[in-house]
Ligand binder design. Structure first.
Ligand code: KG4
Ligand code: ZN
Length: 357
């Protein structure tokens, strides 16, 4: 039996300090041996959003112990690690630099290859951590930092079908929550309040609904909500606004997902139609059931990876590291942190979409 690669993954692109050890079985399916995530929610709560300098400081304080914990929990020894994979972008440069420098130093210390990983590539491949999945598949990534539709055709071959032209969806949830006086990150609380409200009470805008292909835009919603909150007096009105906001988001996602399906079908010769929904907002049950129903109507298989694998983690970074390791795609130790690093370099301007990105 040949030795299977053992990969250490490190992630510090935003407000999660994470490390993971993964390997694979005889059939080539990945096995997560450890997956440690330390979230900084408490650090940023009082500021209503992520403060880059504080996030970087917290990564510096935690990175050693998180990596140590990932190695301990894996039951493996440092000498057994075959490569180190760190997120190099996109993200906050001061945060990226911590995990990137740590990963480079670690790989140099153990004299094993270093692999720089695109965080979005991690998200795109994350469903492969726990489901047997053949390419191509369509991914909707909806998190605090990203909102995009990706046509995942193979390792290293991604077509971005659409992206947000302003706020990420999680950010829109958090900003709405803040206007309703809810602590950061308020997305999950919006879902709870929405259950008690009337989704038809407020008529909110749906920016670029009928243009821009499957690109998304949420900033206009925040402005509309700001106006309404100025006149809100009762709790019931708050619940109604949360419900109306969530319903508006569902209507936007319904329409844009249908457009993404059409684009995806045009670009691929499909035997099976697979739609993966990842990112923190994918845990919203109402959005989930709307997308599951849409998939049933359109003959798509819907896949929601467990939330610990679709919100920020290092197992997905190790997963990309594992795939690249097998192809001997290693990086030099002077690899830079890339705050902007689109997965699909050609997607800067979407032809025909009429939206400058
Ligand atoms: O992927 P994620 O865990 O982390 C990063 O983006 O780094 O996503 C977090 C985002 C936050 O904006 C949070 O408010 C949102 O996902 N979120 C939700 C729900 N749970 C998390 N938004 C709406 N409904 C939820 N149930
Ligand atoms: Zn992410």
């Amino acid at each position: 039996m040949s030795k299977k690669p053992l990969i250490l993954g490190i992630e510090t692109s935003c407000d999660e300090t994470a490390a993971s050890i993964i390997t694979e079985n005889e059939q080539g399916n990945p096995i997560i041996l450890s997956n440690i995530v330390s979230s900084q929610t408490e650090v940023h709560k009082k500021f209503g959003g992520v403060v880059p300098e504080l996030a970087a400081r917290s990564h510096i304080e935690k990175i050693d112990s998180i990596v140590q914990k990932a190695i301990d929990e894996s039951g493996k020894k440092i000498e057994e690690i075959d490569a180190v994979a760190s997120t190099a972008g996109p993200g906050l440069v001061v945060c990226l630099s911590v995990g990137l420098s740590f990963g480079k130093a670690f790989s140099s210390l153990i004299n094993k290859p270093f692999i720089a990983v695109n965080h979005l590539e991690g998200h795109a491949l994350s469903p492969k951590l726990n489901s047997k999945l053949n390419y191509p598949y369509l991914v909707l990534l909806i998190s605090g930092g990203h909102s995009q539709f990706l046509n995942v055709q193979a390792l290293g071959k991604y077509k971005r079908l659409g992206t947000t032209i302003d706020d990420a969806l999680g950010e829109a949830f958090d900003k709405t929550a803040k206007l309703l006086g809810i602590e950061f990150p308020g997305g999950p609380m919006i879902e709870i309040l929405a259950k008690k409200g009337n989704p038809n009470k407020y008529n909110l805008p749906k920016p670029i609904l009928n243009k821009g292909g499957c690109n998304l835009s949420f900033a206009g919603l925040k402005t509309a909500i700001l106006k309404i909150t100025k006149n809100i007096k009762t709790d019931q009105e708050k619940f109604d606004l949360a419900a109306s906001f969530q319903k508006t988001i569902e209507e936007i996602l319904y329409k844009k997902t249908r457009i993404a399906f059409t684009e995806f079908e045009k670009q691929n010769n499909l035997k099976n139609k697979i739609f993966v929904i990842a990112g923190g907002v994918a845990s919203n049950k109402s959005i989930r059931s709307m997308l599951i129903n849409l998939c049933k109507q359109e003959n798509y298989e819907s896949i929601f990876p467990p939330i610990q694998l679709c919100s920020d983690n290092a197992a997905m970074i190790a997963m990309v590291g594992l795939e690249k390791f097998k192809l001997k795609q290693f990086d030099k130790l002077d690899y830079p942190a890339k705050p902007r690093w689109p997965l699909d370099e050609n997607a800067v301007f979407l032809k025909g979409a009429g939206v400058q990105l």
